[in-house]
Design a protein around this ligand. Structure first.
Ligand code: ADP
Ligand code: MG
Length: 255
């Protein structure tokens, strides 16, 4: 049944996002197949796996940055394959944070945060600024509101990117290796913001190589290998008793 995706309606006992039989190929190369995934409200699902295993493509299928070849993605019960899904409305409800920050470097921190709420959500400038200040406070950057983005450190940029995404009041946050471009000693400040966000009840899908985060913060851990979900379980189970030799082999690289 095709639902009107302009009225995504959250419900506590229904998945925020559900993927069934997802398949995606590029130029005849199948990079995702038979993907089944369900993320409940407030859940943190972390995806791990080697480079090239399809993690980014899967994330990008969740907000239609990529179009699946087959299968279904439901967001709050609305089938994203339905013709009349409003992709812009969908993306307002799904925040995404990438490895490369993707901030507007010619604007200050506050303007980065208020641009989308003012232009897309028609929020008043005042309200958008108040909202932005609240989120900048939460990521520890209220004092930098008027600083030029270009002058921030990588960790600060990534915290701005998170605050900016939160200003749209998303129902789901996607993180694609948010700390991979950062020095290890800087990664912690970003991971700690993500941990706070998870503790505050945000629904999150996180692609990361940070195994401490994967183990301590996720509710569910997903191991991808060559385009399939090879294994999915609680983090404790996956770390202490992985079912597959390839999972064990992958995890052993981080021990
Ligand atoms: P991961 O994030 O796990 O490193 P990706 O999802 O980025 O993996 O990539 C999975 C596979 O799909 C890789 O082989 C990659 O080269 C290929 N791929 C990803 N995006 C594209 C694209 N836009 N065009 C062609 N091939 C792509
Ligand atoms: Mg990737």
């Amino acid at each position: 049944m095709a639902l009107d995706a302009t009225s995504f309606s959250p419900s506590a006992n229904e998945p925020v996002v559900r993927v069934e039989g997802l398949r995606k190929s590029f130029d005849g190369n199948v990079v995702l197949r038979d993907i089944e995934l369900s993320v409940m409200p407030g859940q943190v699902v972390t995806i791990i796996g080697a480079s090239g295993s399809g993690k980014s493509t899967l994330l990008r299928c969740l907000n239609l940055l990529e179009t699946p070849d087959a299968g279904h993605v439901w967001f709050h019960g609305a089938d994203l394959a339905a013709d009349h899904v409003n992709v812009n409305k969908l993306r307002e409800k799904i925040g995404m944070v990438f490895q490369g920050f993707n901030l507007f470097n010619n604007m200050n921190v506050l303007d980065n945060c208020t641009l989308a709420p003012v232009t897309l959500k028609k929020m008043s400038k005042d309200e958008a600024e108040q909202t932005a200040m609240r989120h900048l406070e939460a990521v520890g950057l209220a004092d930098f509101a008027h600083a030029d983005v270009a002058r921030l450190s990588g960790g600060q940029k990534q915290r701005v990117a998170i605050a900016r995404a939160l200003c749209m009041q998303p129902d789901l946050m996607l993180f694609d290796e948010p700390t991979s471009a950062l020095d290890p000693e800087i990664s912690g400040e970003v991971l700690s913001v993500m941990r706070d966000l998870a503790a505050g009840g945000m629904t999150m899908v996180v692609v990361t190589h940070e195994m401490a985060f994967a183990r301590n913060v996720s509710d569910e851990l997903v191991f991808m290998d060559k385009g399939v979900i090879a294994e999915a379980s609680s983090p404790d189970e996956m770390f202490t008793a992985p079912k597959l030799p390839r999972t064990r082999e992958f995890l052993s690289r981080y021990l």
